[in-house]
Design a protein around this ligand. Structure first.
Ligand code: NIG
Ligand code: FE
Length: 416
């Protein structure tokens, strides 16, 4: 048995509360314990409380961690990432700096398809090594769980290859990766003339193997003009649902195609992006309890100005989630603190709402709300110590890492 006691947190941000996603004004309630402490046994939290009380009740053999009057938060849960890919897109980054748009670059064969070419050419081991670097980046930013999508393979073999990399990474890094099948990320070049045939391939060849091999918990799709329309999305997602996968959608990112409404119709767990979603989409999501996953990093990195309507969604009682959308093209950041900054400055979410969205609400969106996302007895001892005295500094000071150290199941994983 291994005991660990964390003492002297200026703020222990617990997010203790009801065992469900937080909505409306609840998103501002962080359950902060001043001068707090945390007791852990075998990787699981046994108690939170005043630092003095934790110190007094800790077993003699406990290892002590002095938080040094810093801020302690649950490890961030990043509910939308694309962490497995080869190569980079710095050429496109420069093209956009020179005025080209993401859509123009994609139309000329770049964008997702350019990463697909490099990912297909890479070996499984190359992809693993590269993704391990990304895993270290996430941990360094205070993130201890990520949802991880495939979607740069777009053939039966290459999609399975990506999902095996995600599976294997779980044994190679303390970062937890939750696998999502995104075979419908784009129509690959070889099927450009017949998207319907590619939809068939996804439904009849990819999904059965992904499900049989247990390689994914969720199925996602890029529902967008020029990618997968509403009808194609509906048939792929219905097939995924029939195989027991939870549904997530890239919805209303570049055009308002009614994807948020489709998410509600299919009882998807999440609809993500939502930059162009209007009142009807928000109302439909509210009725079906779909969680919106907002990705302001992609709006920022694409140089766009229309952020999703976070205030309208919180006002409507949606359990909003924030995530990075980490990927080499539209959102090259693994940093939840950066996302919290954007959420506050561009979407007018309070720092507390941001923290709730990137911890407990994100955990529920991945069916891990009973285990992750808050610092409460019975939950995993996944937490991050930030080098500040007030949690709002994490969002306020941007462009500088403030992570002091990160723990997964009671073990320090950063610095390694
Ligand atoms: O979430 N929108 C579609 N997929 C990603 C972009 C991936 C890429 O550009 O490689 C996104 O923004
Ligand atoms: Fe994405």
């Amino acid at each position: 048995m291994k005991n660990l006691a964390v003492l002297h947190a200026a703020q222990l941000v617990t997010l203790a509360g009801p065992a469900r996603p937080r909505i409306g004004p609840e998103m501002n309630e962080l359950g902060i314990l001043l001068h707090g402490g945390l007791l852990v046994r075998d990787g699981v939290i046994v108690a939170t409380g005043a630092s003095d009380d934790i110190e007094r009740t800790a077993p003699r053999d406990a290892e002590f961690v002095d938080a040094g009057e810093r801020v302690v938060l649950p490890g961030f849960v990043d509910a939308h990432t694309h962490p497995v890919f080869a190569g980079d897109r710095v050429e496109e980054f420069e093209q956009r700096a020179r005025g080209a748009t993401y859509e123009e670059i994609a139309a000329s064969g770049g964008g997702i398809r350019s990463t697909v070419r490099k990912t297909r050419a890479a070996s499984e081991d190359e992809l693993r090594q590269r993704a391990l670097k990304h895993a270290r980046w996430f941990l360094q930013c205070g993130t201890t769980t990520v949802e991880a999508k495939s979607g740069y393979g777009l053939s039966v073999e290459d999609e399975l290859k990506m999902l095996r990399v995600v599976r294997d990474l779980n044994a190679l890094t303390p970062l937890e990766l939750v696998p999502t099948f995104l075979g419908a990320h784009a129509v690959p070049e070889e099927h450009a003339g017949s998207p319907a045939r590619y939809v068939d391939l996804v439904i009849n060849e990819m999904l059965p193997q992904v499900a049989a091999k247990n390689l994914a918990e969720n199925c996602d799709i890029f529902c967008e003009q020029g990618y997968f329309n509403i009808e194609m999305s509906r048939s792929i997602l219905n097939a995924a649902k029939a195989r027991g996968l939870d549904l997530r959608l890239h919805a209303d990112q570049l055009t308002n195609s009614g994807a948020a409404i489709l998410a509600a119709e299919l009882s998807a767990r999440t609809a993500d992006h939502l930059e162009l979603t209007e009142d009807d989409g928000i109302a439909a999501m509210q009725r079906a309890k779909v969680q919106p996953v907002l990705l302001p990093g992609s709006v920022y990195a694409l140089g766009k100005t229309r952020y999703p309507r976070a205030r309208g969604m919180i006002g409507a009682g949606l359990a909003v989630v924030l995530a990075t959308d980490f990927n080499p093209g539209s959102s090259p950041t693994p940093s939840i603190p950066m996302v919290l900054s954007l959420a506050a400055t561009q979407m007018k979410m309070t720092p507390a709402e941001g923290v709730t969205a990137a911890t407990i609400n994100a955990a529920y969106s991945l069916r891990r709300g009973r285990k992750l996302g808050s610092l409460e007895a019975g939950k995993c001892a996944n937490f991050a110590i930030f080098d500040c005295e007030d949690y709002r500094e994490i969002a306020c000071y941007f462009g500088i890492p403030q992570t002091h150290s990160v723990y997964v199941r009671g073990e320090r994983v950063f610095p390694a």
